[in-house]
Write a protein that binds this ligand. Structure first.
Ligand code: AVJ
Length: 322
């Protein structure tokens, strides 16, 4: 199985536009049509995602931060002293402070992030706040094999930090592949600290992906604007709409872009037809019970060592080891 977000070498900064053209053409030729969720994240998309995190319905970020505030010291104790922390998809590294401030003598912080600007800013900020921790940023796609810098000698273990329930964007088989890759990168004595969103009432889940202010809808449709900017296609955003529904059998929110009418879109040299109400799949956000996630970890050769929950049991942070 192949991971969905693979397009860069370690040292590249942005997917080349002809690569995006190929990905889009392939996705539009499929039945049903589908585009990969990493296409959400141009600069505007990253801004819109931050705005989503502030919506009252989007409980994930709030619950995870509350959980880190409440249990930061215990979590740090579970990880132990002299940790090298490698954060996958670190973005602005908002939650990282809540971990670093409790860790006993952390030796290095390696944020792995594909967008150079947030990467630069977060290293600057954390470097000032934690002057004794070596900052070793890596501009890369975390789904690819990483060339991690050599660990400082004092390192007792490498812990991979993967917050935000980003693991939910991967289908089960791909999620297992990604966890296996992390398992190899953390080494024998390492661990993975991962944020995992939990199964819950359908109405709460669907509200989180259909906020009243319409920010998520704007985020979803921005994918088409991003594609237009990247490859000069002519998607008309007024003729498409956002839909996010919970699929209880699969245990995931499925986000689609719906065509509001019968229409033709030009993509490169091709004319692509959309039928009225045709649904193009753009994102999965998988939700787990604690048992589901333990089984997934097991498939990847990992064991759940400890789990922390917020008071309402909406979200979990889990520590996995070999
Ligand atoms: C950043 C992947 C965790 O799936 O909840 C938020 C992205 N999509 N609202 C998620 C997202 C729509 C988010 N992750």
């Amino acid at each position: 199985s192949t991971l969905q977000a693979t397009w860069l070498r370690d040292d590249d900064r942005r997917p080349p536009d002809n690569f995006i053209l190929e990905v889009v053409q392939r996705g539009l030729a499929a039945t049903p049509k589908r585009l990969p969720s990493w296409l959400f994240y141009d600069e505007r998309g990253s801004e819109l995602f931050e705005a989503i995190c502030e919506q009252p319905e989007y409980y994930l970020t709030r619950c995870e931060i509350a959980l880190m505030r409440a249990h930061g010291a215990e979590i740090a104790a579970a990880l132990g002293p002299d940790v090298r922390l490698v954060e996958y998809g670190s973005g602005h590294a908002i939650k990282t402070d809540l971990l670093l401030e409790h860790l006993a003598s952390p030796v290095a912080y390696v944020p792995v992030e594909i967008s150079p600007e947030p990467l630069r800013q977060s290293v600057q900020r954390l470097g000032e706040r934690f002057p004794d921790v070596a900052m070793q940023p890596l501009c890369a796609d975390f789904t690819r094999a990483l060339r991690l810098p050599i660990a400082p000698r004092a390192t007792r273990r490498t812990v991979i930090y993967f917050p935000g329930s980003t693991i939910g964007n991967f289908e089960a088989a791909d999620a297992a592949v990604l966890l296996r890759k992390m398992r190899a990168e953390m080494g024998e004595s390492g661990g993975i600290l991962i944020g995992v969103d939990l199964k819950k009432d359908t109405a709460l889940l669907e509200a989180a992906y259909n906020d009243a202010a319409g920010v998520t809808a704007e985020f979803t449709l921005n994918m088409l604007a991003h594609v237009n900017r990247a490859i000069g296609s002519d998607f008309d955003l007024r003729r498409f709409r956002h839909r996010a529904r919970y699929n209880p059998m699969a245990g995931r929110i499925e986000t689609h872009i719906l065509s509001s009418e019968d229409q033709v879109v030009r993509v490169g040299r091709q004319q692509v037809r959309f039928r009225e109400n045709e649904a193009m799949q753009v994102e999965y956000s998988c939700k787990y019970s604690l048992e589901d996630f333990a089984a997934l970890a097991h498939r990847a050769g990992l064991a759940v060592r400890e789990v922390w929950l917020d008071p309402e049991r909406m979200f979990s942070v889990q520590y996995l080891v070999r």
